[in-house]
Design a protein around this ligand. Structure first.
Ligand code: DX5
Ligand code: ZN
Length: 218
């Protein structure tokens, strides 16, 4: 099943509630929440208070992408704020196995994230333990960047790895995803699609529906 995860980083924060509701009402299944610490990535975005406020607007799946060093420090607080899935970067966790277990023990779905230049083989030991792998298709930290083409091969390699192990792990892609390249990403093996600019720039309802229509056609 193909799922759409609008990233609120692309939204107009003056009208955040309205924009999230619009994407949700148009049929997006997830809401993607990009938490940045100004250390692991250059920018700072938002944290628990914003997520907790939005929690009362929608019951869609809250897909929290932690661009934070040592994110294990915030698992309980993120759960409290309303996270359903927490994804952590392998590059930001000294003890990745511990952090993944913390997420699962909190009763949440656990994802691991790879930067574009991190090879998928780094997942060999942890793959069976996670619900989702998020492959960055841009360097994390900012919305509105261009998709990095070599990441397509990583999606294929990861789907192949999952298939070989009999795993139906979700593969999420994040960065530069548009209606023009999403078919290629679907064919490569991704099934959860983050989109910031492609959803929130312009008509949110129409943009959301355009993605969902492509999903239905497959
Ligand atoms: C980037 C974030 C993305 C970002 C995607 O670091 O992880 O989720 O919002 O934005 P677009 O879709 O505009 O590339
Ligand atoms: Zn993200």
């Amino acid at each position: 099943m193909f799922l759409l995860a609008p990233s609120i980083l692309g939204a107009d924060f003056k009208h955040l509630e309205q924009q999230v509701c619009e994407a949700a009402d148009a049929g997006a299944q997830y809401i993607h929440l990009d938490v940045m610490d100004g250390d692991f990535v250059p920018s700072i975005s938002f944290g628990m208070p914003v997520i907790a406020s939005l929690r009362s607007c929608t019951d869609k799946v809250f897909d929290v992408h932690m661009m934070v060093r040592e994110p294990g420090r915030y698992i309980d607080a993120m759960k409290e704020a309303g996270a359903d899935i927490i994804s952590v970067h392998v590059e930001a966790c000294t003890h990745l196995d511990r952090t993944v277990n913390q997420i699962k023990e909190a009763g949440l779905k656990a994802g691991v994230v790879l930067n574009p230049a991190t090879p998928v083989d780094v997942l060999d030991c942890i793959l069976d333990q996670v619900d989702m792998v998020l492959l960055m298709t841009v360097n994390p930290g900012f919305g509105g960047q261009k998709f990095i083409p070599y990441t397509l091969e990583k999606i294929r390699a990861l789907r192949e790895k999952c298939n070989m192990r009999g795993l139906s792990t979700d593969i999420e892609v994040d960065g530069g995803v548009t209606c023009d390249n999403v078919r290629e990403l679907m064919e490569a093996g991704a099934n959860v699609f983050v989109a910031g600019s492609a959803i929130f720039k312009g008509d949110v309802t129409a943009n959301t529906k355009a993605f969902l229509k492509i999903f239905e056609e497959q």
